[in-house]
Design a binder for this molecule. Sequence first.
Ligand code: 5AD
Ligand code: SF4
Length: 472
Amino acid sequence: MNLPNMLEAKKRDKSEFCIYDYEEIKLDESLVGKKYYVRTYGCQMNEHDGERIKGVLTDEGMIETDNLDEADLIILNTCAIRENAHDKVFGFMGLIKKMKETRPNILMGICGCMAQEESVVKEIMSKYKYVDFIFGTHNLNKMIKVINERIRTGKQNIEVYSVTGDVVENIPEKRDSSISAWVDIILGCDKFCTYCIVPYTRGKQRSRKKEDIINEVLKLKDMGYKEITLLGQNVNAYGKDLYTDYNLANLLRDVSKTGIDRIRFVTSHPWDFTDEMIDAISECDNVMPYVHLPIQSGSNRILKLMGRRYTKEEYLELYNKIRNKIKNVSVTTDIIVGFPGETEEDFEETLDVVNTCKFDGAFTFVFSPRENTPAALLQDNTPIEVKNERLHRLNEIVNNYSNMRNQETVGTIQKCLVTGKSEKDSNKYAGYTENMKLVNIDSDEDITGKIVNVKIDEAKSFSLNGTYIKNI
Ligand code: 5AD
Ligand code: SF4
């Protein structure tokens, strides 16, 4: 048994991390040929981890099911970013407890970011004995060992490490899409923004080797993928831990040379965003003109308390450069309201910045105190009703600007990558413009997986409606 330790997680070991290949461990025979169910919460990195969990289980002879009732093994790949992510997981665990009353032999395990939290793991050990195993973000490659040991001993098995973290290459993957693929480029985070739990749950910032990334993209292209998204908590720090003269700008140019149709990247931290990177995005045709650039707050006082390392003015300077240099770019952001000590004036400064930037979209959140983070210890006198009211005011403004930006596309022809049927209307197809706007497309032929011309007929705050134009 190995428990997470948040204090250990905070220490940064400056020694080199290791890069090595996945080594197969054979799954206990009792599960071979049986069914598994994986549910993933949280960000794209977690989704990509979910694809690896499925890949390993499939390679070991298990079969995926999306019907919980027929699953023999259930894995919850969790998120810890805000309290409501926790609540969802604990709610789902209650359902599985009920299932176990009639099917006591099913196995249920927890992994992902919540598994890295000391208090969560302790709570599970004392109150949730029906959880069979827990493994952390650092030992996903050892998942089979953790499951086998649970089966062998018949006891709850907890194997979570609070370490720098390695880079494990070639873990089997079962990707959710055959059109668009995630590609990790940098794991972990060293920024330690005062509200954020990610540096504790995901470990030290560590880049994958450029050759490994480029080979992966070439392979995906050969397999017919049209789009790849380079992933990291902060992609703009790519290479800093591995190279002296190779960064995200170089990587974007090299990935661009693979000739894959579309390249995206998330998430960007304004601190590491260089002019060189802006040039690379604007000069490489297959690097898509879309930047997700979290601002978090428009008040310099709050930005300082958040440990964000930039001022409102610096953010705006970068924002304007991105808007001016990258043709047809769209920019989205993340904003936290109700950070401890945020006054009405601070909040209004955030509204001011939103009014200045007119973002294409924004993900907005009420501050959620996270275990052991510095912000969780700050005095916070703002009542939750006030925070919710601020969120509501902010969302109204944000949505108006999304709508305004979307309206500008009406009547234009946009190149869209079609990902499948529309979720809203099964008679339509869903696709994304180059600058990442969702379009519900009318078409009388199946255009899934293609990049097609679409005439935009109508715009709403969160999506566009358009018609497939066959011959241009
Ligand atoms: N409370 C609220 N929102 C948070 N985020 C990260 N940590 C917290 C927290 N403790 C938001 C940030 C980040 C996004 C992924 O989640 O805006 O950019
Ligand atoms: Fe992803 Fe962060 Fe949630 Fe972990 S805590 S799953 S890294 S969003």
